[in-house]
Write a protein that binds this ligand. Structure first.
Ligand SMILES: Cc1cc2nc3c(=O)[nH]c(=O)nc-3n(C[C@H](O)[C@H](O)[C@H](O)COP(=O)(O)OP(=O)(O)OC[C@H]3O[C@@H](n4cnc5c(N)ncnc54)[C@H](O)[C@@H]3O)c2cc1C
Length: 328
């Protein structure tokens, strides 16, 4: 079958790869916006909720799917995207160190609680708690490679979908005819809502800054309230904020102040801010990811609500969706 896919963020990309694995042909439509949720994503794959020191719901199944999926895409496209450097959580006090040791013996979470390592001297803390099984996806590289692959072996149009008509088995998208349609529109869910009803979005804005640092050279993500992630020699991203009130896509003074406050509470050296950006996470009110095939049009499906963990969750939910397709 020939499927149209609207959106080539994390959702649309994994739906496209799964469609290909199921033997279907794909034409993707995506407005390549610089500040779409996927394109500003920091790419962290983290099985823990670090704030509460708990494991994420379904963490093991999500992680297994995630690793299998990205390794298989690396193989398919012949390019590496996964960076296997675990999160280093800053532990500030003896109490936090003791608590980390206790967690490392606790069932359901111990597989994610690694050793405690010596902290870097520019960082204010007693030690780094290693988050085992965490990793990072180079999201920009992954999206570009999937886009190139679509361009070379399938089809992709850098255009807005203005027109969708679904009449029995005839699906027209921007006046092209398809057998099926997958909607992966993120927050601009015009066609999803038209076909599946209103989605209960509770979007969350996230902001980040890019800084230049001279004193430190670490290739693993450091975390306490915010992540500090190396992008290049001396260049780090510090992200992200969570804001449910300000939903403008532009960076704000408030966002920058919050990021600097968190960073300065543990990073003890000078740095220069080079850039500041913002994006909006497609989060739902109940925090659940929503997906499904249309009751009357079984070749029309959607995936949305990936929220703040789209890198980890998109492979699993794409595979669930495809598992429910009648041709599978
Ligand atoms: C600041 C920030 C940091 C984040 N960090 C992480 C992280 O570290 N780890 C993690 O797992 N997740 C992270 N996330 C969350 C993750 O980025 C999202 O869950 C994910 O990107 C959502 O993907 P999506 O494909 O559903 O939506 P989107 O990325 O928004 O993609 C939808 C695409 O559809 C296109 N589109 C929509 N309508 C049309 C139309 N009519 N015609 C053509 N194209 C259309 C849009 O242009 C867009 O490209 C972060 C998010 C933000 C904002």
């Amino acid at each position: 079958m020939h499927f149209a896919i609207i959106g080539q963020g994390l959702a649309g990309s994994s739906l496209a790869i799964h469609a290909h694995k199921h033997g279907h042909k794909i034409t993707c439509f995506d407005l390549e916006k610089k500040n779409s949720a996927s394109r500003v994503s920091t790419g962290i794959v983290n099985p823990l909720v670090l704030k509460n020191r708990t494991a994420l719901f379904k963490s093991k199944i999500l992680l297994d799917h995630c690793k299998d999926y990205y390794y298989s895409v690396e193989k398919l496209l012949g390019k590496p995207f996964l960076i296997n450097n675990p999160i280093h959580e800053i532990l500030k006090t003896d109490h936090e160190i003791d608590n980390w040791k206790i967690l490392s013996k606790k069932i359901n979470i111990k597989e994610y609680i690694g050793s405690i390592e010596n902290i870097h001297h520019q960082i204010d803390g007693k030690g780094f708690g290693i988050v085992q099984n965490s990793l990072r996806l180079d999201v920009k590289k992954y999206l570009t490679c999937v886009r190139d692959w679509l361009h070379e072996t399938q089809s992709i149009f850098n255009e807005k979908v203005e027109n969708v008509s679904i009449l029995k088995n005839k699906i027209h998208v921007n006046n092209q005819l398809f057998d099926g349609l997958l909607l992966a529109e993120g927050l601009d869910a015009k066609w999803t809502q038209k076909n599946f009803g209103e989605l209960q979005f509770a979007p969350t804005k996230g902001e980040g800054i890019v800084i230049q640092v001279n004193s430190i050279d670490v290739n693993f993500p450091i975390h306490r309230n915010v992540f500090m992630i190396q992008e290049d020699k001396n260049i780090y991203t510090v992200a992200s904020t969570f804001d449910r009130n300000d939903l403008s896509v532009s960076p704000s003074i408030n966002g920058r102040t919050t990021l600097l406050k968190h960073l300065k509470s543990w990073f003890k050296d000078d740095f220069k801010v080079l850039d500041h950006w913002a994006g909006i996470r497609p989060t739902m009110t109940d925090r659940k990811i929503c997906y499904g095939w249309h009751r009357d049009n079984p070749n029309v499906g959607y995936l949305n609500g990936l929220g703040s963990r789209g890198v980890l969750t998109s492979p699993y939910y794409s595979s669930l969706l495809w598992g429910q397709h009648k041709s599978s």
